[in-house]
Design a protein around this ligand. Structure first.
Ligand code: SAM
Length: 452
């Protein structure tokens, strides 16, 4: 999501200001920080990074510094108070206003702060996507498309509803148009993005009413869900693979499960964050489901898509987590057979209900639990990757190795990366690769030529 927003900032500035990206900090006329406040560490990092660029401004007084993203949303003008050399503060919903903020900063001489939530306005003001190869060794065959913003779940630990606002979905026609533009430029794989992407509820307008609308689980007559959108996008010629991330277990509807049965273009990898395997902790987190309900969803999905690979996020050390609760999380990891996962130590976020909870678990215990959980995930992941040896996988060739242009990296349907010998001419294409070796993160393979 943040990467997507950074790309959009670059697009806006390229079109309106003619700016290009640079890796050399000293060359920059504008330095933007796209921040995350999901955990405390990420938030504190922003201020230490800001301290570092401050000196650049002394040498180059016209340099503009901006802070965007969720820390900006949460802190607002307090950022300028703490770091007065910051020129612009903007939120995830106002990044399209960057040119105006820069102009206002220059004419008024005062720092500009705009962290409002103008809902979907952002998408109406973003320039058309124009892809260009980053270099000859990199593919543009895969792209992200944001289809909804915000979160209305209010999990007790999470700051997102306060920094990004409530769930707002883009209209179906807008999404289809953006995907069509990308496909016309050679993109074969699209990842639909949203904080809770499976809560998508987009307005259906005119020309897209031709897709089968029976049994649509919509909030009102004119709104359609993610299953509908997947069906509509899968029918686009040229689009070969569809992914979506990140989902909430509560929004994993039967219609979405059915989409796995009826839509071969939908990837067999699902990232479905569970956070904990303990019903007591799940209730305290306000997740709205039990461990059994979560497992039942996975079971239904695997009935229609037996090769489904599942990954998750886990929070370790939520206030009051007992050894028993933690063991339940380890058990869930085994039961589901996760392929991989992101695991975090619980970080109290200001303004969230969980931040008020009493926490008696020591840091030492929390860290030891995190390590045990990560070791289990690595073990499981190794077993699953070993199981791929000998199989033939359809991969999207993403790029060549930096060291050897005849060494390609391709992404499997299950989201793993395989390295194999090939020529840069196949970058951006889907090819078949036989897996010959497996390690924790990567796979080794050889290209298979299919005969008609
Ligand atoms: N759709 C996702 C879900 O179902 O929760 C939301 C993704 S959230 C923005 C990204 C991840 O950050 C969460 O899944 C959670 O594991 C982690 N996270 C959020 N708040 C956290 C906190 N206060 N402490 C530690 N990890 C946190």
């Amino acid at each position: 999501m943040n990467e997507y927003d950074s790309d959009k900032m670059a697009d806006v500035l390229r079109v309106s200001e003619g700016m290009t990206r640079t890796d050399v900090l000293e060359d920059a006329d504008l330095i933007l920080f796209n921040t995350c406040s999901v955990r405390e560490k990420a938030q504190e990092k922003v201020f230490s990074d800001l301290g570092r660029v401050r000196l650049l401004k002394v040498a180059k007084p016209d340099l503009l510094i901006g802070v965007g993203g969720c820390v900006a949303s949460q802190e607002g003008a307090a950022i300028v108070k703490r770091a007065p050399y910051v020129d612009m503060v903007f939120g995830p919903q106002t990044l399209h206003r960057l040119p105006q903020l820069m102009a206002a900063r220059r004419t008024s001489g005062n720092p500009q702060v705009d962290i409002s939530f103008p809902e979907i306005e952002k998408f109406d003001h973003l320039p058309e996507v124009a892809l260009g190869k980053i270099n000859e060794q990199t593919s543009v065959a895969s792209a992200f498309v944001s289809i909804m913003e915000g979160c209305s779940k209010y999990c007790s630990f999470c700051v997102v509803p306060y920094t990004r606002g409530e769930e707002v979905s883009r209209p179906v026609a807008d999404v289809i148009r953006e995907v069509q533009t990308l496909v016309a430029q050679g993109v074969g794989e699209i990842t639909l993005l949203g904080q809770n992407v499976n809560a998508y509820s987009g307005v259906l307008t005119g020309d897209n009413k031709n897709v089968d609308r029976q049994n649509i689980n919509s909030r009102d007559d004119e709104r359609v869900d993610l299953a509908y959108l997947i069906q509509a996008l899968a029918s686009l010629e040229g689009l070969q693979r569809l992914r979506f991330t990140t989902s909430h277990p509560k929004d994993m509807s039967q219609r979405l499960i059915d989409a796995y049965a009826s839509t071969p273009k939908l990837s067999s990898h699902l990232h479905l964050p569970v956070q904990s395997g303990s019903d007591r902790i799940l209730a305290a987190m306000k997740r709205g489901h039990t461990a059994l309900e979560y497992k039942s969803t996975i079971k239904k999905l695997r009935q229609v898509r037996p090769d489904l690979v599942v990954s998750s996020d886990f929070i370790v050390g939520f206030p009051g987590e007992t050894e028993h609760d933690f063991e339940a999380t380890l058990q869930l990891i085994k039961d589901v057979g996760y392929d991989s996962g992101y695991s975090f130590l619980y970080s109290p976020r200001p303004g969230t209900p969980a931040a008020q909870l009493k926490d008696e678990v020591s840091q030492e215990i929390k860290e030891a639990r995190l390590q045990r959980l990560q070791e289990l995930l690595v073990e499981q992941s190794k077993t699953l990757t070993q199981g791929l040896i000998g199989s033939v996988q359809r991969v999207l060739v993403e790029n060549a190795s930096r060291k050897n242009v005849h060494e390609m990296a391709g992404r499997l349907d299950s989201n793993r990366v395989v390295n194999f010998a090939g020529s840069p001419g196949i970058i951006g294409r889907f090819v078949d690769v036989k897996i010959t070796g497996a390690w924790h993160h990567t796979l080794r393979g050889e290209r298979i030529m299919r005969t008609a």
